[in-house]
Write a protein that binds this ligand. Sequence first.
Ligand SMILES: CC(C)(COP(=O)(O)OP(=O)(O)OC[C@H]1O[C@@H](n2cnc3c(N)ncnc32)[C@H](O)[C@@H]1OP(=O)(O)O)[C@@H](O)C(=O)NCCC(=O)NCCS
Length: 144
Amino acid sequence: VSLRRLRPLGSTVVEYTWRGRFASDEVEQLHAEGFGHEVDFAYDWVGQVEGYSLGWVCARQHGHLVGWVNVAWDGFTHAFVVDTVVSADCGRNGIGTALVRVAIDAAREAGCEWLHVDFQEHLKAFYFDACGFVQTNAGLISLA
Ligand SMILES: CC(C)(COP(=O)(O)OP(=O)(O)OC[C@H]1O[C@@H](n2cnc3c(N)ncnc32)[C@H](O)[C@@H]1OP(=O)(O)O)[C@@H](O)C(=O)NCCC(=O)NCCS
């Protein structure tokens, strides 16, 4: 399934593609910047999401990857938004919200009934107000 949407970002256009093509290095660069870790170009993002995820969404501006989100799942009715990231120089332009919106539509289209996410306190406005998630009980154990 390939779902494409074009949305304006200022005077330029950002293209959103469900299960769009990407190179692992592109996502690793974006992810390292967004989550503040060292880049590891050995990590096989393509193999990981093609093998295990329901899908992912690429946001590209002039061909450059400016946003990405991974949609993991249980193979049935539950999908999980993870690794949502937008490049810092494109932040607060609605790209993150649009990425999640494409993920919501694609997960629904795939037959999923629930889309889950968890996040830190400072992202409540993003996930609740902008993306439309509602608060629920959830649990977490640190395995580190
Ligand atoms: C979180 C992230 C994906 C948001 O992407 P974005 O494109 O900047 O988000 P949007 O422009 O769609 O934001 C919509 C609204 O969400 C809220 N929001 C977004 N990012 C926020 C932040 N960092 N802190 C507080 N509120 C935020 C704001 O209300 C914003 O509206 P406003 O710009 O009019 O105030 C991006 O900041 C990012 O990549 N962060 C680093 C990685 C990360 O923490 N990812 C989330 C993992 S759970």
